[in-house]
Write a protein that binds this ligand. Structure first.
Ligand code: HEM
Length: 406
């Protein structure tokens, strides 16, 4: 026992001794240079590790905020807005964009701002027109003077070398009858573009395009289209634009429907001129205007005008302009452009001052469907805003204006 006690005491003493030495040694090490260096390097590693962790946590939080932001931007504002609400919102957004885009100069149209040329023509309804189709402006054998505004669709003025959809506003003058809209008193407009369909075929889709691309950027629009199952729309918008030889060589479609009395029709315009243009190499910034000018200096030009009748909601849906109608086309008129000089100061000015709209129409040929109703309000409000901003009067069409137009 005593031995044991002694041993344990001795061991204890020894232990105390060793511990003491260790403590001494440790104390020495703490104050010796290698120890300090080692300790510092351990601290630095710890700090680096902490920094890295914080960085990753930060990135994760940022990613979460971005995803949440996109989600909120894409999903929340899309409650059940009515067409009228979306139309008014589009007007506000587009008005803001126009102010921004034309801060330092004369304000142009928000869409189709680049005019390729203003041409004079004559629209003659076929004398053999079926009596059932003699409705509104379509009166067998009747002729109307017409002012045509050719344009690029892009919302900014760009080089003609850019692939694009092209637009055409045809304003018939001297039109008589009960009017749908009284902004103008004697016109009938046909607003056409170079694609059989409008890929953004409903007010909602058009609203998405305007809202997301202008308010949140193209990436948000892309996300919205993908999430709402509209990838095909983006594909059509990407594949539709082309390099065209001349505005006189292209087929144009109304894409949206119009009344023909109690029926509903869409319009198509097919080029029939003998003289055609070719693509220059390289494509210059204004080659479409140059080809249009050269073609009309050399020769007259012509188009056939067709209507396509509504059959049923399956083949010929009224409310989705992205679906191509499956019904026959019937030729109803000819549009002739005599030889002329399109490149005059008066014409370039008038192109900015004329107002084209689906609503400039007789009641019998009024715009039909949500998209057209939205356009009627959007075009009128924005054109008035543009003219006010520029301090200009809206030019009303008249036979006198047509005759004196050089
Ligand atoms: C809700 C849908 C649409 C909106 C918001 C819209 C927007 C606009 C705007 C703001 C303008 C300029 C109006 C002005 O200041 O005079 C315009 C012009 C034009 N739009 Fe649309 N658009 C829509 C649908 C369409 C469709 C379906 C077509 C198919 C034919 C089309 C073809 C044109 C053309 C050709 C012009 C130029 C008319 C001219 O020469 O003055 N748009 N659009």
């Amino acid at each position: 026992m005593a031995k044991n006690t002694h041993n344990s005491r001795c061991k204890g003493k020894e232990r105390i001794g060793i511990t003491g030495k260790l403590a001494e040694y440790t104390q020495h090490k703490r104050t010796s240079t290698p120890y300090i260096l080692l300790h510092r390097s351990i601290n630095r590693t710890k700090i680096e590790l902490m920094k890295k962790t914080l960085k990753w946590v930060g990135l994760a939080i940022l990613a979460l905020v971005v995803v949440l932001g996109i989600y909120l931007a894409i999903v929340l504002p899309m409650g059940e807005k009515s067409d009228a609400e979306m139309t008014d919102e589009m007007i506000d957004i587009l008005r803001g964009k126009m102010v921004e885009d034309y801060r330092n100069g004369e304000m142009k149209r928000d869409a189709h701002p680049k005019c390729l040329g203003l041409a004079k023509g004559v629209f003659t309804v076929d004398s053999t027109l079926d009596t059932n189709l003699n409705i509104g402006v379509f009166q067998a054998g009747k002729s109307y003077p017409a002012i045509l505004r050719f344009s690029n669709a892009s919302g900014t003025v760009e080089s003609d070398a850019q692939k694009d959809f092209r637009g055409l506003g045809i304003k018939l003058i001297g039109v008589e009858g009960t009017r749908y809209d009284s902004t103008e008193i004697n016109s009938q407009d046909f607003i056409l573009m170079t694609n059989p369909t409008m890929p953004l075929g409903t007010v909602r889709l058009f609203y998405y395009a305007v809202y997301y691309s202008i308010q949140h950027g193209k990436l948000a629009l892309l996300a919205k289209m993908i999430l709402s199952g509209n990838m095909n729309v983006l594909k059509q918008l990407a594949n539709g634009p082309k390099h065209d030889t001349s505005p006189l060589d292209i087929t144009y479609w109304s894409t949206t429907p119009y009344a023909l009395g109690s029926s509903v029709v869409k319009y198509k315009l097919v080029p029939t001129s003998k003289t055609k243009s070719s693509l220059p190499n390289p494509l210059s910034d204004h080659y479409l205007t140059e080809n249009l000018k050269a073609q009309l200096e050399k020769d007259s030009a012509s188009f056939d005008f067709y209507i396509q009748l509504f059959e049923n909601e399956q083949n010929t849906p009224v409310e989705d302009a992205a679906i191509e109608w499956q019904s026959p086309f019937v030729k109803v008129a000819t549009l002739s452009l005599p030889k002329q000089d399109i490149d005059t100061k008066t014409r370039w000015q008038l192109a900015e001052q004329l107002f084209y709209s689906p609503a400039n129409a007789l009641e019998a040929n009024r715009p039909v469907g949500g998209l057209n109703i939205a356009r009627a309000k959007i075009y009128r409000t924005l054109t008035e805003f543009r003219h006010e901003t520029n301090g200009q009067e809206l030019t009303k069409p008249s036979l006198e204006l047509f005759r004196s137009l050089k």
